[in-house]
Design a protein around this ligand. Structure first.
Ligand code: ADP
Ligand code: F6P
Length: 467
């Protein structure tokens, strides 16, 4: 079996139970690398006065990590700039928040070149090289320019926006052209894949063949759908652990018979947190007799705190949760517990299991792993209800969730009422359909699906098939 070299902006510390906001990509890749063996290369999260290209390696939990420090200017222009002020909002359909600065683009190019220079000597001839996410779209082209002949794959963990939106990016052509340096490019859903293909056909004048190969001029890239999953077995076990039990009991003891509604998200405007609180407020307003029978626990660890749109969403939510609590709280009850910190995964599993309802209501999301974790953590005899945005990639697989439009406070309020009233038999039926999918299409399945396509094994139509 070929060794795997994973390259992503962030490299997670390889411990199974790291507390905190690791992000979906990090959590998934740790599991995948443990299974395949290889190296995970990326930014250390540290800055250095001057870029040296020195590589720091660590080994643990079956995973070797190799990281580099970046300069302050790199972080400003590449991570806080092009990645998170330009591409992230644009890819999440938020052109109103998208900033177009040439310096950002320059920093993005420079860091991708630095990644290419430093990772090149670590790669052996037969390695499969797998690049992840919007931070590193042009890395494949930089690696090819430096003579890399390996099989080279790219996976996008965000949505791919419609061509009409993408063309507002001044250098959209160059960005998409660079994706043709890869052998395989993967997306989480048919929707994101279709948008990519439409761009290739409508804007680049390219073609798509029946195997999903996109061709422009003399370059071809295979395009596939491979929806990411979670390490379901690990998460189900975590939900049954003593730590989970402890967190579960703690939630119950502090709520004296009230139904817990939970939300767990990075503090990001794409997650629809504002709209969620407004939807919950609508439920409180519409249901005076039910008010004190529920409470919302919103866990939202801060994210990308140097970017002003993230500072704004944070102060918006501070104000909104304060206002709703001020208006509705009583001496023995607060409607919202709003918590800005990370939790170890087993505790998180216990919290999910204690929750009668999960609100997973992003305005747009590449996939959303929290939805799958919530399903995996449920008690099969008495599962809770997942209320899921139809604009999350996960909605394509978790069709038995209560699917809602997250922009509508009324939809959200009605969905909460329906979930609270849902008979146990219906909750079990819906959960069984969802857990079947979460177990079958887990992170290992996803990884094999993509790597089989990358190794050139059989790919039929749009979705890579396991041979
Ligand atoms: P994204 O990748 O945009 O952050 P996902 O929902 O796909 O969104 O993944 C988020 C991941 O981060 C999940 O695995 C979730 O469990 C984890 N996570 C989010 N918030 C916390 C938290 N407060 N404590 C621990 N883990 C968290
Ligand atoms: O899953 C999307 C993603 O952007 C990952 O690439 C990233 O690691 C995660 O969210 C968390 O974001 P950040 O690395 O900026 O903290």
């Amino acid at each position: 079996m070929s060794r795997l070299v994973v390259i992503s902006n962030r490299v997670a510390v390889p411990t199974a139970d790291a507390a905190g906001n690791q992000g979906g990509l990090a959590v998934a890749l740790l599991s995948a690398l443990r299974e395949n063996g290889g190296i995970w290369f990326g930014w250390s999260g540290e800055t250095t006065p001057e870029f040296t290209g020195d590589i720091r390696t660590t080994q643990g939990g079956g995973v070797t990590t190799a990281t580099i420090d970046l300069e302050e200017q790199d972080i400003d222009e590449y991570y806080n700039g092009y990645a998170n002020r330009t591409l992230w909002p644009l890819f999440h359909y938020r052109i109103d928040l998208t900033e177009f600065e040439r310096d950002f683009e320059g920093g993005y190019r420079r860091v991708n070149e630095r990644f290419a220079d430093t990772v090149m000597p670590l790669v052996e001839d037969d390695d499969l090289v797998w690049v992840h996410d919007y931070h590193l779209i042009p890395l494949g082209r930089e690696l090819r320019r430096r003579g890399m002949k390996n099989r080279l794959g790219f996976f996008l963990h965000t949505p791919w926006p419609p061509a009409r939106l993408l063309t507002s990016l001044p250098s959209h052509h160059k960005l998409v052209e660079s994706m043709f340096a890869y052998d395989v490019v993967g997306f989480h859903t048919e929707d994101w894949l279709d948008s990519f293909r439409r761009y290739v056909v409508d804007i680049m004048g390219g073609t798509i063949d029946e195997d999903g190969c996109a061709t422009v001029g003399d370059r071809t890239v295979r395009t596939i759908v491979a929806p990411i999953g979670i390490d379901t077995a690990e998460f189900e076990a975590a939900a049954a652990s003593p730590e989970a039990r402890f967190a579960h009991d703690r939630m119950h003891m502090s709520s004296t018979g009230r139904s817990l509604i939970v939300g767990v998200d990075r503090l990001d405007y794409s997650k629809g947190l504002r709209e969620r609180l407004l939807g919950y407020e609508r439920f409180l307003a519409n249901n005076p007799d039910r008010r004190a029978l529920v409470y919302l626990l919103q866990i939202a660890p801060p994210s990308r705190a140097d970017v002003d749109t993230y500072q704004e969403i944070r102060s918006d939510l501070d104000a909104l949760s304060g206002r709703i609590n001020g208006e509705y709280a009583d001496i023995d009850w607060v409607p919202i517990r709003y918590v800005n910190r990370g939790y170890p995964r087993s505790e998180l599993a216990g919290i999910y299991r204690a929750a009668r309802i999960a609100l997973v209501t992003p305005l747009r999301d590449g996939m959303n792993l929290v939805a799958k974790e919530y399903v995996a953590a449920q008690d099969p005899e008495d599962p809770g209800v997942l209320i899921l945005s139809s604009f999350a990639g996960a909605a394509a697989q978790l069709k038995e969730a209560v699917l809602i439009n997250p922009y509508s406070a009324e939809d959200m309020a009605d969905a909460i009422t329906a979930a609270l009233e849902m008979p146990r038999a219906e909750r079990i039926r819906r959960w069984q359909a969802m857990i079947e999918n979460v177990r079958a299409e887990d992170v290992f399945w996803w990884c094999r699906l993509f790597l089989d396509a990358l190794e050139g094994r059989e790919v039929v139509g749009d979705t890579a098939q396991i041979g």
